[in-house]
Design a protein around this ligand. Structure first.
Ligand SMILES: *Cc1c(COP(=O)(O)O)cnc(C)c1O
Length: 423
């Protein structure tokens, strides 16, 4: 070995060597933010500097109970010791190699995901860095499906209210006009049909359709579960027409609903599933799982790729997350705390409907005050989200305890009143 090979000091160097993370007020960071960051996210609600478990702290020292988990991402909360140590040790061993090479963590994670998805022989995995990229890969997969005939199929069915991401292909699948219209023309052929309407689905799926994209529970639309029997009807209609059934479990997957996959008890085998958000426990990673040999060979060598996707650190993070979820029996906690939250929320005056499964919860209010509720909740030390004018979404760390959930339930009536008073 060349004796000039640079040696990285094994001792941890704190990031404070590079950036002073303490001693600056949130207002100062926000003014620097608005001078340097693109305005696509609006003004950030707070400047967060530290997290531990279900709690985070802002630059002014205020503590919050995180009931959003980085939008269904921080499955094990913040700074989970096991995940942190696995990521650190993988990074100190081998950080990135490109897809000209593979690494043990990449292979082991693919095998683990196929096992969790109960995927049949011949099933395969493609790794990406995000949810939208997982759906881009699925979009390209759909473009390669001809249903066994020679004629190319370009039509894709998605649902009203659908959210599949922000890159051009995934955006074409996303329904919201405000997201789509400024960027048209989008990749063509996507038709949005009414949400949850089995007759509309059966009428739309014919032998010109390449694929149907569905979220088992629409997250961004306010936590709207598909009606019972819908996935089965979609499987029957797509099988008959030779179309792919592609499930977007980017938000609902990896234990979020108290099951590994929200679709796992629907009694169907889909053609593909996309994953991201919770998969890396906070580290960016996405995945496309294709079911069976035929669908898994639709994209051949050279037809898709990524520089970062499936790198050793990201796949180690996901392996660590899955291991911790399994060994600490976290899915049982998700079911129990989720049920407790939903039944308690339903009993609070001013809450008109509660939806969701496990720790993906949406609830409606009796007035269009949801954005004001988000603000009042922050003031009271709780992070929640409003996907609609009268809807609040909770997607907390899957390790949330009943005792912590109860602090929010106790505070919520006053938060709602404060929001109404502020209107
Ligand atoms: C968040 C989300 C996406 C997009 O994921 P990104 O990582 O933000 O690109 C896609 N589909 C669903 C259902 C999502 O919730």
């Amino acid at each position: 070995m060349n004796k000039n090979t640079p040696v990285v000091e094994p001792a941890a160097t704190p990031v404070t060597e590079l950036v002073e993370t303490t001693g600056h007020a949130g207002s100062e960071w926000l003014s620097r933010y608005s001078s340097s960051l693109m305005g696509v996210f609006g003004t950030p609600q707070r400047v967060l500097v530290r997290g531990a478990g279900c709690l985070v702290w802002d630059a002014d020292g205020k503590e919050y109970l995180d009931l959003l988990g980085g939008i269904a991402v921080n499955a094990l909360g913040h700074a989970h010791p096991f995940v942190t140590s696995v990521i650190s040790s993988q990074l100190a061993t081998l950080g990135h190699v490109s897809n000209f090479f593979t690494s043990p963590t990449q292979v082991a994670l693919a095998e683990k995901l196929l096992e969790l998805a109960k995927a049949p022989a011949g099933s395969k995995v493609f790794f990406s860095n995000s949810g939208t990229e997982a759906n881009e890969a699925a979009f390209k997969l759909a473009r390669r499906n001809t249903g066994g005939s020679a004629a190319k199929r370009t039509k894709i069915i998605a649902l009203e209210g659908a959210f599949h991401g922000r890159t051009m292909g995934a955006l074409a699948l996303t329904a919201k006009e405000a997201y789509r219209t400024p960027f048209e023309p989008l990749p063509g052929g996507v038709v949005h049909i009414p949400f949850g309407d089995i007759a509309a689905l059966e009428a739309a799926v014919d032998e010109t359709v390449a694929a149907v994209f569905l979220e088992p529970i629409q997250g961004e639309a306010g936590v709207r579960p598909l009606p019972l029997g819908y996935l089965k009807a979609a499987r029957d209609a797509t099988s008959k027409a030779g179309a792919l059934l592609i499930l977007d479990e980017v938000q609902t997957g990896i234990g979020r609903t108290g099951k590994w996959l929200a679709s796992e008890d629907a009694g169907i085998v889909p053609d593909a599933i996309t994953l991201a958000k919770g998969l890396g426990g906070g580290f960016p990673i996405g995945a496309l799982i294709t079911f069976g040999q035929q669908t898994s060979s639709l994209l051949s060598a050279g037809q898709h790729g990524t520089t970062f996707g499936g790198n050793p650190v990201a796949t180690a993070a996901a392996l660590a997350t899955l291991h911790a979820l399994e060994s600490q029996n976290v899915l049982a906690n998700v079911k129990a705390v989720g049920e407790h939250l939903r039944s308690a929320l339903a009993a609070i005056p001013g809450v008109t409907e509660v939806r969701g499964e496990g720790l993906l919860i949406g609830f409606d209010l009796d007035a269009e005050v949801a954005p004001a509720v988000v603000q009042a909740a922050l003031d009271a030390g709780f992070i929640v989200n409003s996907p609609g004018p009268r809807t609040i979404r909770l997607a907390p760390p899957l390790i949330l305890t009943t005792a912590l959930a109860d602090t929010f339930l106790a505070a919520f009536p006053a938060i709602l009143q404060a929001a109404k008073d502020a209107q």
